[in-house]
Design a protein. Structure first.
Length: 181
């Protein structure tokens, strides 16, 4: 069924394309929101993704790879918008369930620290972190999604993790010590 929709959309069937996009729209927006941390930019990225996908879909050789291809189109749209916008910032949104476990105040503090660290990353580093950890993609899938060679994706992920770790450690050093009055 999905394969047929892709084939029909690739041949110019607008209804099939709309059905494909409608089924993925929430995920596209959530991913763009994580990468860009700006509602308007995320909406623009999804719009740009839909336009680019419609234009470039005839070039998709394997209909089975539509989701990975679309994710790559979205990621490129996000990175392009981030480069064009000096005000693009990032926010890692943790689900409420994560806050429900353990000490709520500690969880909130950890979330805020992670948010501050995440906002220090470049758009390229945010994209690789979002694809790998938020969307749960394997490193080869991250490479494909970003249009990178596998070694480059591994290197970028390693640098992004190191930058995130360094930002968390710097934030921890700047935080006031607990219990000190």
């Amino acid at each position: 069924m999905e394969r047929d929709l892709v084939i029909r959309a690739r041949a110019g069937d607008e209804t099939a394309f709309e059905d494909l996009i409608a089924a993925r729209l929430d995920r596209l927006y959530a991913t763009a929101r994580l990468i860009l941390h700006d509602q308007a930019l995320a909406e623009d990225a999804v719009q740009e993704t839909m336009l680019n996908a419609w234009r470039d879909l005839p070039g998709l050789r394997d209909p089975e790879r539509f989701d990975g291809w679309l994710r790559r189109v979205l990621t490129h749209a996000c990175l392009n918008l981030a480069r064009r916008s000096r005000h693009a910032r990032a926010e890692l949104e943790l689900e409420r369930e994560a806050l429900a476990t353990g000490d709520a105040s500690a969880a909130v503090a950890e979330r805020e620290a992670l948010h501050r660290a995440f906002t220090t990353l470049s758009a390229e580093h945010r994209a690789v972190i979002v694809l790998r950890y938020y969307l749960g993609k394997s490193v080869p899938e991250v490479a494909e999604g970003l249009g990178l060679r596998l070694g480059t994706a591994k290197s970028r992920l390693s640098r992004a993790e190191a930058a995130l770790r360094a930002a968390l450690e710097a934030d921890e050093r700047l935080a006031p010590e607990e219990g000190v009055a």
